[in-house]
Write a protein that binds this ligand. Structure first.
Ligand SMILES: CC(C)(COP(=O)(O)OP(=O)(O)OC[C@H]1O[C@@H](n2cnc3c(N)ncnc32)[C@H](O)[C@@H]1OP(=O)(O)O)[C@@H](O)C(=O)NCCC(=O)NCCS
Length: 229
């Protein structure tokens, strides 16, 4: 699931060379795409060789990076960063539609592995934690993945936080049904299927189907295919 060294090096070397304006020029591949940066100090947006249509990128803060590998298609997406040192990495051959990537606080990260498709939804990374999504995943409409709750809950009468953000990992070849949600600290292992409307709050075993709220295993030893055979 981690980015290959070659890809990482090519991103880093182009990131060093590039400027925001250069990347706007590279935006000959974009259609009706809007950028807005505030602070605009050392923020990097690289999407050369990808097609972005009706997509908005807003950054407020500094030293953030958005690295979109070639051969990706993003349409009607919103990429929002508020903070410092946040990172979005999208590997190649992904098709992302109506997707909002939301990063807040310093050091928050979202990684999407190659050949993953998402029909729509919201992925929110906060409190400096990460969301890592593997390759060849298939996510349906209105999915939600979050590594935090966005607001604080304390033990009564104390300032002790009981709901800190925790990283989320989604493995390779995972299918999220429509309206499925994956909450903080969850690990969805390779080949799993999450039923429509399910809410995942923990560990999902590989090659299994989980359904309900909170999601429970309903079948195991399965594999799935994008094709109707
Ligand atoms: C409700 C919520 C805030 C509770 O957070 P928390 O106190 O840290 O709870 P935990 O993650 O420790 O989970 C505690 C238990 O509740 C269950 N649980 C948590 N959220 C659940 C949910 N949405 N539905 C059903 N069960 C849930 C967990 O499975 C866990 O069960 P267990 O003890 O049997 O393992 C959080 O789970 C949640 O729903 N977060 C999303 C918040 C949101 O939508 N924010 C958007 C911006 S407003």
């Amino acid at each position: 699931m981690s980015m290959s060294n070659d890809l990482k090096n090519s991103f880093l070397s182009s990131a060093k060379k590039s400027t925001f304006l250069l990347n706007l020029f590279a935006g000959c591949f974009s259609f009706a795409t809007k950028f807005r940066t505030k602070g605009n100090r050392n923020n990097k947006i690289i999407y050369t060789g990808s097609l972005l249509s009706r997509t908005k990128i807003h950054i407020k803060g500094e030293d953030n990076s958005i690295l979109i590998a070639p051969k990706n298609r993003l349409s009607d997406c919103k990429l929002n960063i508020t903070g410092k040192n946040c990172k979005i990495v999208i590997e190649s051959n992904c098709t992302l539609k109506k997707l909002e990537l939301w990063l807040e606080d310093d050091g928050s990260e979202i990684f999407i592995g190659h050949t993953t498709s998402i029909e729509g939804g919201h992925i929110a990374s906060t409190e400096g934690e990460s969301i890592k999504i593997g390759s060849d995943c298939m996510f349906s409409h209105r999915i939600e993945i979050r590594n935090g709750d966005s607001h604080s809950i304390f033990a009564e009468g104390t300032k002790i936080r009981i709901n800190p953000a925790k990283p989320v990992i989604v493995g390779n070849h995972v299918w999220l049904g429509a309206d499925a949600k994956v909450l903080k600290g969850s690990v969805v292992n390779d080949g799993a299927v999450i039923a429509t409307g399910a809410i995942v709050t923990g560990v999902v075993e590989p090659h299994s189907i989980y359904a309900g709220n909170p999601a429970k295993k309903i079948k195991d030893d399965i594999h799935w295919d994008r094709e109707r055979v």
